[in-house]
Write a protein that binds this ligand. Structure first.
Ligand code: KIV
Length: 263
């Protein structure tokens, strides 16, 4: 591993955009790593793009560990972020610690979990024990049934709550925060107010970095992809070229354009 949470923090300070993509297996991980992606997220989106479910809810810690192991074998330089699946950290901070350790033993350098203020105690417990944590706020897909669907979050009065969530996870020791499906003006405000990097997905161009689900980025997901996705295979003849184009467009601020974000 050569990219670390310190690298990401420095990139934010220097205004260099951070690039993440998801991957779930050895071969794609090797393509992404060779292309120079900063971080590979072994997301619980694997429930949808690998397993064919409609939500990430069925994913277990065993699934996440298996895919993290596969990815780890393909990676030399990128940082690996392992996603804590639904039910693997909500019961207690001790449960979260035990499952975070499993993901790290599988090869994750950082673990990601969904939630802001409600996860503060867990984030503090993990970070005080040497685990690097990325929080995930805004649209949190593990709560899709409670949210009533995959909907934009943080509009109107909910905006201040999301800013508070971002500040609270930072105070608890999180090293980064994913902002999913939030208006771009709010993502800009959060990015300006916190010192840790924001990684956006459907959160506009002002985030410190971007992440997309690989299958959306190469246009092979058979179901409907969200409006914030772009098919980078268009105009290219290889997956490696599509990944390089994604990296270039994020680094130069061409992606995401306003059409890939929300007002
Ligand atoms: O599981 C995942 O792929 C994610 C991204 C959508 C950020 O959490």
């Amino acid at each position: 591993m050569s990219v670390t949470v310190t690298t990401l923090s420095k990139m934010k300070q220097e205004g260099n955009k951070i690039t993440w993509l998801t991957a779930y297996d050895y071969s794609f991980a090797a393509v992404l790593d060779t292309a120079g992606i900063d971080a590979i997220l072994v997301g619980d989106s694997l429930g949808m793009v690998m397993q064919g479910h409609d939500t990430p809810v069925p994913v277990t810690i065993e699934h996440s560990c298996y895919h993290t192991q596969c990815v780890a074998r393909g990676v030399k330089n990128s940082m690996i972020v392992g996603d804590m699946p639904f039910g693997s950290y909500q019961v207690s901070k001790e449960q979260a610690y035990r499952n975070a350790v499993k993901l790290m033993r599988a090869g994750a350098h950082v673990i990601k979990l969904e939630g802001g203020e409600l996860q503060v105690e867990t984030i503090r417990f993990l970070t005080e024990r040497g685990i690097a944590v990325c929080a995930h706020i805004g649209l949190t897909p593990q709560s899709v049934h409670q949210l009533g669907g995959f909907k934009v979050q943080g509009r109107g009065e909910a905006a201040d709550k999301l800013v508070e969530d971002a500040l609270r996870v930072q105070q608890a020791g999180a090293s980064a925060v994913v902002l999913e499906a939030v208006p771009r003006a709010l993502a800009k405000r959060i990015t300006g107010e916190i010192a840790i990097p924001t990684i956006g997905i459907g959160a506009g161009k002002h985030c410190d970095g971007q992440v997309l689900v690989l299958q959306d980025m190469i246009g092979i997901y058979p179901k409907k992809s969200p409006k914030f996705c772009k098919n980078f295979m268009q105009g290219t003849d290889s997956i490696a070229a599509a990944v390089s184009n994604y990296i270039d467009e994020v680094k130069t601020g061409q992606f995401p354009a306003d059409q890939h974000s929300f007002d």
